[in-house]
Design a protein around this ligand. Structure first.
Ligand code: AHR
Length: 494
């Protein structure tokens, strides 16, 4: 029998702004994320515009990507920006020591990234090198990108082909300073943050938000120290959390799993809620006005590498399970939108929980991509309180809510309700009492598939994709939804 779930939605009680920046992405020099995935070079036989793949650019434009984080990741704390500017044949090659030891040609550098961001209508979130570069290098990079007039660095930029300064609205001071960024203690990292951020500037009239390097998962001590020692000098504080079922190092397959693997991963992803709650509580102690944003600038699933792939390339497939990880996470961000105001899924193309997969000239949109498309109305919407009184789905001692959700009032004035059914076998009958709104009708979209392991491949690119949903109706003040097993539904109330 279908599982009954009851809830309330109060459209008359608007909460926090759901920043569009929660839907940001991350593109690192890692595997085929940049080279082959995004950038093929202008001489490639793969259709491109100035070296950027046309198919990928069109897909990203459709998603209204609000910001792109680059060049890393671990890569950022070893990256020297000067290697990636000027004539391509004069750029040095280096070794990507973090990711497979492959040769980095530096063909994709500052100009290629900043122009790409403009091309897809997004904003740049550049991560500077604290790990093995002096503060002067970071300061000069920001000046190179943003200065006008007589600055020698600005002149160099012009000589390299870019007259107008770029906008640099978001800047990360280092990446995982507790790990690949230098194995630092929080106390030392906080002092370095204070120092480096002092010298990163943009000209008058431009704004740049500075994001401090943050904690690994549940390291609340890190957040405590950063907020206490440097909280007044930052606009955002990062936090990274990956969904790794079964513990580190990632060992589970991205494609071959049963209902146990399904619930393990979903319950691990739901930890994001508790992590945000607890990091936020620490931040509240030092910043009760919530001036500093919590920036989850790396999140997503991390499985074992695909058999036969270079393990340093972090290649995995993306199934219906990943789609649910995305919807659950976006719901959690929405409900914490007062503190979490930016996030970046790891990563954009061909790496970890990728939005897009490519293979030579072929491209496929993943189930995760489709979830981001369904949540488009959430960008810069206002959160609305949705309370669900839901039974649990339990397997082998692991429990998750049967149904998870969130709601917003979008910029178009309409109320949107997202519902995810985590049960792989049973449908749910969801009944929500709607207050503060006289809905006359409802329409929607659904993402589901025959199997928990269903995925899009280059041969079957549309196996998992959104379809029109007619299982919801409004009766008086009741919203009634027949929510199929293992599905995500986005409803629009009219
Ligand atoms: O996204 C892959 C890696 O995960 C990043 O480079 C690093 O910051 C994190 O550990």
């Amino acid at each position: 029998a279908d599982v009954p779930v009851h809830g309330t939605l109060d459209a008359g009680k608007p909460g926090a702004l759901v920043s569009r920046h929660l839907f940001g992405q991350f593109a690192e020099h890692l595997g085929t994320g940049i080279y082959g995935g995004l950038w093929v070079g202008p001489d490639s036989s793969i259709p491109n515009t100035d070296g950027y793949r046309n198919d990928v650019v069109a897909a990203l434009k459709a998603l209204h990507v609000p910001n792109v984080r680059w060049p890393g990741g671990c890569f950022a704390d070893e990256y020297h920006w000067r290697d990636g500017v000027g004539p391509k044949d004069k750029r040095p090659t280096s070794v990507n020591t973090n990711w497979g030891g492959v040769t980095e040609s530096n063909a994709f550098g500052t100009h290629e990234f900043m122009n790409f961001v403009e091309l897809i209508g997004s904003e740049a979130y550049v991560a500077g090198n604290v790990g093995n570069a002096p503060p002067e290098e970071m300061a000069q990079w920001a000046e190179y990108m943003t200065a006008t007039g007589k600055s020698t660095l600005a002149q160099e930029r012009v000589a390299n082909g870019r007259e107008k300064p770029w906008k640099l609205p978001l800047f990360g001071i280092g990446n995982e300073l507790w790990g690949c960024g230098g194995n630092m203690r929080a106390e030392y990292a906080a002092d370095l943050y204070r120092r480096y951020q002092t010298f990163v500037k943009v000209p008058a009239g431009q704004t740049m938000l500075k994001i401090a390097p943050g904690a690994n998962g549940d390291d609340y001590h890190w957040t405590e120290v950063m907020m206490r020692e440097a909280g007044k000098l930052m606009d955002g504080l990062s936090m990274h959390f990956y969904t790794v079922a079964g513990g580190w190092p990632p060992s589970q397959s991205s494609t071959d799993f049963d209902n146990k693997g399904w619930i393990q991963t979903l319950s691990e992803a739901l930890r994001m809620d508790d992590l945000i709650t607890r990091h936020s509580a620490v931040m509240d102690k030092y910043d009760p006005e919530k001036k500093v944003a919590l920036v989850v600038d790396e999140w997503g699933t991390w499985y074992a590498p695909l058999p036969g792939s270079n393990p340093g390339f972090l290649q995995q497939q993306n199934t219906l399970r990943d789609a649910l990880v995305a919807s659950l996470t976006l719901d959690i961000f929405t409900r914490h939108a007062d503190r979490v105001r930016m996030a970046n899924i790891a990563q954009m193309i061909n790496v970890l929980q990728a939005m897009i997969l490519t293979d030579g000239p072929k491209m496929v949109l993943t189930p995760t991509y489709h979830v981001f498309a369904m949540y488009l109305p959430y960008q810069d919407a206002t959160e609305l309180p949705l309370r669900l009184d839901t039974p649990k789905y339990t397997l082998d001692g692991i429990s998750v809510p049967e149904v998870h959700g969130s709601a917003v009032r979008a910029k178009d004035g309409h109320v949107y309700v997202a519902l995810t059914n985590l049960d792989p076998a049973r449908a749910a009958q969801v009944q929500v009492k709607v207050q503060g709104l006289q809905a006359r009708g409802v329409s929607g979209q659904i993402l589901t598939a025959p199997k928990v392991t269903s995925r899009n491949t280059f041969d079957q690119p549309d196996a998992v994709k959104p379809a029109a949903f007619d299982g919801a109706r409004v009766q008086g003040d009741q919203l009634k939804v027949a929510l199929p097993a293992k599905s995500i539904v986005m409803l629009k109330l009219r």
